[in-house]
Design a protein around this ligand. Structure first.
Ligand code: MN
Length: 410
C-alpha cells in the first residue's frame, strides 16, 4: 500500500507527498530557516530534529547536513518520514507546519562552485549544426568525454529572482567589428542540477560519485546567444552564461528519486573503462518549460525528460575528479541543456526557433524567437510513481530590462 501523510494537502495531486520530502530554506517573516515541503505546508525542521546534532540546523542552509554524510541523510529522512506519516506524532508536529503560500523561499544551500556540462546529444547536435554546420556538429571529443566548463557560483540564484538582460560584446556574422550592446538573443536552457553532498580529494569512481550526490534541482542556465557566438572560441562560454543561473528552491533528495533510476542510452562509441556506469544512474523525470509574456497567460514551449542525457551526473562528477580536482560540499553540476529528438522537446529557444529563423507562436498570439523583457519562464519537473509523484515545484524567473549603461562605457 502506498504510504500517506496525516497532512491532508500531502495526499492526492501534489508535488510533495510523503515519498518526496524535499529540503529548502524559507522565511515566513520570523527569519530564514530550514524546512521540508509536505503538501502545501513546510515543516520547520529544527523544531522536530530531536536526537540529531543541533549544529546541523544552526545556519539557514543545508550545507551542514550535506557535510554530515549519507548516514545522517538517511537518519533524518527516516525521522521525517515517521513524524509525517504516523498519526501518533500529529499533535506534537502540526504546530511546526507553516503554509508555503505565506513564505519567501531562499537559496537552499550555499553554492561552493558551479560547473555546467553539455551532455544531451540532441542539444549538442542542434547547436553544433547551427554554429558549425551538420558535418562538424558533434565535437570530436563528445562521445568520449562529458564536456563542461567551470561556471560561477556567484551567478546562481533561487527561483523567483528577476534576471536583468545583460550587456556584452557582440559581433554578428555580417558585422565588420564588434559592438557593446544589450543581448538581443537572450535565452533559457532547461537543465537539471546535481548537488554534491560530500567532498572528494582525488579521483573517485562513478559508483563513488553517485554516493556523493545529495540531491537534485531544476536549473535554468540563462544564456546570451549573441554574446556566446562571438566569445566562445576557443575557451568556451564566459560572459554569455554569467548573468544568472536559476535553481528551484527545493532539493529533491537522491533517496526520493531511487525508484526512478534508469540507464544512460546505448553507447555509440565505447567509453573508457573509468566512465562506465556500474548501475542505472540517470532518472526518468518529465520536464517542461512555460513562457508567459508580461500580463499574459503561459504557453508550454517544451516537454522533455531527464532520461535524454547521454551522461549521468555521476559520470560527470567522476570525470570532474580525474585531474585531481577536489570537489566540495555544495558544488553544483548543471546537466547541460536537455533536448529530446523532436522540435517540441527542445530545451532552449535557440533550438526551438532554430537560431531565430522559425518564430514560435504563443497562445496569446505573440511570437518569440528569443526572450523579451517582461517574459516569465517557469521550469517544472516530476517523476511519476505508483499513486504519487515526486515533484520539483517551480523554477521561475522574469526577464527585466537591461540596466542603464554607465557613462564610461558609452
Ligand atoms: Mn548550459
Amino acid at each position: 500500500m502506498t504510504m500517506t501523510s496525516w497532512v491532508s494537502s500531502a495526499k492526492g495531486d501534489t508535488d510533495f507527498p510523503i515519498q518526496n520530502l524535499p529540503y529548502g530554506v524559507f522565511d515566513d517573516g520570523m527569519g530564514a530557516r530550514m524546512g521540508v515541503a509536505i503538501g502545501e505546508m513546510i515543516l520547520d525542521v529544527a523544531k522536530v530534529a530531536h536526537g540529531l546534532d543541533p549544529a546541523l540546523f544552526a545556519a539557514p542552509s543545508w550545507n551542514a547536513v550535506m557535510a554530515a554524510g549519507p548516514d545522517i541523510w538517511s537518519a533524518l529522512r527516516a525521522r521525517l518520514t515517521d513524524l509525517l506519516s504516523d498519526e501518533a506524532h500529529k499533535d506534537a508536529v502540526a504546530p511546526h507546519l507553516i503554509p508555503q503560500a505565506g513564505v519567501t523561499m531562499q537559496m537552499p544551500f550555499t553554492v561552493a562552485e558551479y560547473t555546467d556540462f553539455y551532455a544531451a546529444k540532441n542539444h549538442a547536435m542542434n547547436v553544433g549544426t547551427m554554429f558549425r554546420g551538420p558535418e562538424n556538429a558533434l565535437p570530436a571529443n563528445w562521445l568520449s568525454i562529458p564536456i563542461g566548463y567551470n561556471g560561477r557560483a556567484s551567478s546562481v540564484v533561487v527561483s523567483g529572482t528577476p534576471v536583468q538582460r545583460p550587456w556584452g560584446q557582440i559581433k554578428g556574422p555580417d558585422d565588420d567589428l564588434p559592438r557593446f550592446d544589450t543581448s538581443k538573443r537572450f535565452d533559457l536552457e532547461l537543465e537539471f542540477g546535481a548537488i554534491v553532498g560530500t567532498p572528494s580529494n582525488g579521483m573517485v569512481s562513478v559508483a563513488e560519485a553517485d554516493e556523493m550526490i545529495f540531491g537534485y534541482v531544476l536549473l535554468n542556465d540563462w544564456s546570451a546567444r549573441d554574446i556566446q557566438a562571438w566569445e566562445y572560441h576557443p575557451l568556451g562560454p564566459f560572459q554569455s552564461k554569467a548573468t544568472a543561473t536559476t535553481i528551484s528552491p527545493w532539493i529533491v533528495t537522491k533517496a526520493a528519486l531511487e525508484p526512478f533510476r534508469t540507464t544512460t542510452p546505448e553507447r555509440e562509441r565505447p567509453l573508457l573503462p573509468y566512465l562506465n556506469e556500474p548501475a542505472p544512474m540517470l532518472y526518468d523525470i518529465a520536464l517542461e518549460v512555460a513562457l508567459a509574456p508580461e500580463g499574459g497567460e503561459e504557453t508550454v514551449i517544451t516537454r522533455t525528460n531527464y532520461n535524454q542525457m547521454y551522461y549521468s551526473a555521476a559520470q560527470q562528477l567522476c570525470h570532474h575528479t580525474t585531474s585531481g580536482c577536489a570537489m566540495r560540499v555544495g558544488d553544483l553540476l548543471g546537466s547541460g541543456t536537455i533536448s529530446g529528438p523532436t522540435k517540441d522537446s527542445r530545451g532552449s529557444l535557440l533550438e526551438i526557433s532554430w537560431g531565430g529563423k522559425e518564430p514560435l507562436t504563443l497562445t496569446t498570439g505573440e511570437t518569440r524567437t528569443f526572450l523579451e523583457d517582461g517574459d516569465t519562464l517557469t521550469l517544472r519537473g516530476a517523476a511519476q510513481g505508483d499513486g504519487y509523484r515526486i515533484g520539483f515545484g517551480e523554477c521561475t524567473g522574469q526577464v527585466m530590462p537591461a540596466p542603464a549603461l554607465p557613462d564610461w562605457a558609452q
